[in-house]
Design a protein around this ligand. Structure first.
Ligand SMILES: Cc1ncc(C[n+]2csc(CCOP(=O)(O)OP(=O)(O)O)c2C)c(N)n1
Length: 630
């Protein structure tokens, strides 16, 4: 494509030199640029295509970066990156040393707020707006949030505050009726009703009379009039909260968006503009299958993303296989997801057991307390949740589940280093933040078979249990007919050697096994982070000179720390080397690259163990024969 306009646009100031009549063409070029680039590098796709016109209109209408645009989640910001100085780097997005997957304050001044987790935009924008007022800066503040993002509690907390304030702040509700999967919930139903209303149909037919449906903008400058408007216009719910509601308008009409935004600038107080968009707009395969095209691998843009012939299984599929087998025979089993049906491999379950499948929307806190309620009445809820999103429900995990010792199983996916989504989505904190919670048991499977047995153990355990597994591929599904119950707190000796013992928590056992075999060391699959197999640790501490702990979690407060706490409590003195995530947020890169970066590759473990032994004059282990002959 000939990028007549885009070639000359590096920053929004370039965009603002154009005539409003050129913007449609700019949008077309930007959309094509996104298709061309993301098909080469992979990444989030549908949401950015759907917000092309919005992106252009916002940067055209506002004096960014002085005026603040706050994107929610940030997966729709690829177009924003392109026109804010990062056009040529877009192709590196999500890769090691490449562009950040989401807006990042560290990366660019137009990225007003670092994001990745959803539903933060209204709170952050309101904070910025209050700061502007307090420092006599008269910048405009706009939060852009999707209908999915609007399903989270945080968004309502922010609207609740915003509606009772007199801050000049605009929320743009980018409504495409999709979360990653189709959006859910009563608010979604309400918004759908608005979009399907007669007023919006009129707009779509091109009359563009929507703004005549309400009193002229300058006449709804105060809340009282806005409130009256709400009585007979769509968006009454927002009006009742003290927020001037406008729309719905067509989010793919750049010119009209610009005119609307310019008008809205004149209106004081908290406002919400409801914009209707199509996820995947302009790329037909993405329009017709928005779930598949939410995020994509590299693909040929003429063919679309092809169905892989040999599907690669990951641990989520191992979970799905176990879950569907168990749910067949136990009607008490509920699977709860906070808007991650596909990611958590719940598609099969949702089809087979629709009455016991619950997608609560992006509502992690509610998901956990809902599970607590189910458990109070003798059901067996399973909270299927990414490690990083469980962070949102920390109080619910402690106060609503663990404190009441309720029978809830947490299937914690994407734990440890979770790869290209980077620092906002890393799962390296869960062992540290859950290990200190009483009543909870925590399991770290080392292979798919054990993973299913652990899920089964957690299922049979009559209290709160976590099984945490990574985003790692597995060769095949275990194909088990029966699942074993594992003795709680029991580790497994894998290799019996001497001098050094590796205590492994999770799938990194594979790396330790190779080194242990090579150097004739001992290797233990610890299996439980809580309770620890203290007897076994004691036994090995007595006869070895070095303990090496290996985990896919922060070193601070993690499983290795648990072992050290135990050794210290017992007064056992022994050299100790721990492998885990450094005190830094893991940057976007593949999971393997992140492991290497944290010194947890096989080579690194071997090298550091050898260095340690050498520096401490404990042993000379130059090669395996040296050890074996001892
Ligand atoms: C707290 C949190 N939970 C889950 C997610 C995973 N997630 C990323 S995008 C998304 C859907 C967002 O839907 P919406 O806001 O409507 O944006 P759209 O993709 O439809 O443009 C979800 C659930 C997240 N980023 N943050």
């Amino acid at each position: 494509m000939n990028y007549k306009f885009l070639d000359k646009i590096n920053y929004p100031s370039d965009l603002r030199t154009l005539s409003i009549n050129d913007l449609e063409k700019v949008s077309e070029e930007l959309r094509y640029y996104l298709i061309e680039t993301v098909s080469q590098c992979g990444g989030h796709f549908g949401a950015s295509l759907g917000s092309v016109e919005l992106t252009i209109a916002l940067h055209y209408s506002y004096d960014t970066p002085y005026d603040k645009i706050v994107w929610d989640v940030g997966h729709q910001c690829y177009g924003h990156k392109v026109i804010t100085g990062r056009k040529n780097e877009l192709v590196t997005i999500r890769q090691k040393d490449g562009l950040h997957p989401f807006p990042s304050r560290k990366e660019n001044e137009y990225d007003t707020f670092s994001v990745g987790h959803s539903s933060t935009s209204i709170s952050a924008a309101l904070g910025m707006s209050l700061a502007g007022k307090n420092s006599n800066k008269n910048f405009y503040t706009v939060a852009v949030i999707g209908d999915g993002g609007l399903s989270a509690g945080m968004a309502y907390e922010a609207l609740n505050h915003m509606g009772s304030s007199d801050q000049d702040i605009l929320v743009i509700l980018n409504d495409n009726e999709m979360s990653i999967s189709p959006n859910v919930g009563a608010m979604n139903n309400y918004l759908t009703k608005i979009l399907s209303s007669k007023i919006y149909s009129t707009v779509k037919e091109g009359s563009k009379n929507i703004l005549k449906q309400v009193p002229p903008f300058d006449k709804v400058a105060n809340k009282t009039e806005g409130h009256i408007k709400g009585l007979f216009a769509p968006g009454m719910l927002f009006e009742e909260m003290g927020i001037n509601y406008f729309g719905p308008i067509d989010g793919h009409d750049t010119k009209f968006l610009v005119k609307t935004l310019k008008n809205l600038k004149k209106i004081k107080g908290p406002k919400l503009l409801h914009v209707a968009t199509k996820k995947g707009k302009g790329y037909l395969p993405a329009e017709s299958d928005p779930v598949k095209y939410h995020a994509v691998p590299k693909f040929n843009k003429d063919e679309g993303v092809l169905k892989g012939n040999n599907k690669k299984y990951i641990y989520s599929d191992v979970f799905d296989d176990w879950l569907c087998k168990i749910a067949e025979n136990d009607k008490r089993v509920f699977a709860i997801t906070p808007a991650m049906r596909e990611g958590s491999s719940l598609v099969n379950f949702s089809k087979s057991f629709p009455e016991r499948y619950i997608d609560v929307g992006i509502a992690e806190q509610h998901a956990v307390t809902l599970a607590a309620g189910l458990a109070c009445e003798n059901q067996k809820p399973i909270v299927c949740i990414y490690s990083t999103f469980l962070q949102r429900a920390y109080d619910q995990l402690i106060h609503d589940v663990a404190l009441q010792d309720l029978d809830v199983l947490f299937a914690v996916d994407r734990s440890g280093f979770s790869g290209n989504d980077g620092e906002t989505h890393t799962g390296v904190f869960d062992l540290s933040f859950s290990r200190c919670i009483p009543n909870l048991i925590i399991m770290t499977p080392s292979c798919p078979e054990i993973c299913q047995d652990m899920l089964h153990t957690g299922y049979l355990y009559p209290g709160p249990a976590i099984v945490r597994y990574p985003k790692e591929s597995v060769k095949e599904l275990p194909n088990k007919k029966e699942f074993q119950k594992i003795e709680i707190g029991k580790a497994k000796e894998i290799i019996k050697g001497k001098n050094i013992v590796f205590l492994c928590f999770g799938t990194l056992l594979d790396k330790a096994k190779i080194i242990a075999e090579k150097y004739n060391c001992s290797c233990i699959d610890m299996r439980f982070v809580k309770p620890l197999d203290e007897q076994l640790i004691k036994k090995y501490a007595k006869v070895n000179s070095l303990i090496v702990s290996i985990e896919d979690n922060m070193l601070a407060g993690g499983a290795g720390s648990a072992v050290l706490e135990f050794l210290s409590k017992e007064g056992i003195k022994i050299d100790f080397l721990s492998f885990g995530s450094k005190d830094k947020f893991p940057q976007h890169a593949s999971r393997d690259e992140q492991l290497i970066n944290s010194n947890i590759s096989e080579e690194n473990i071997e090298k550091l163990v050898k260095e340690y032994m050498k520096n401490n004059n404990l042993l000379s282990i130059s090669d395996s024969s040296n050890i074996k002959n001892n």
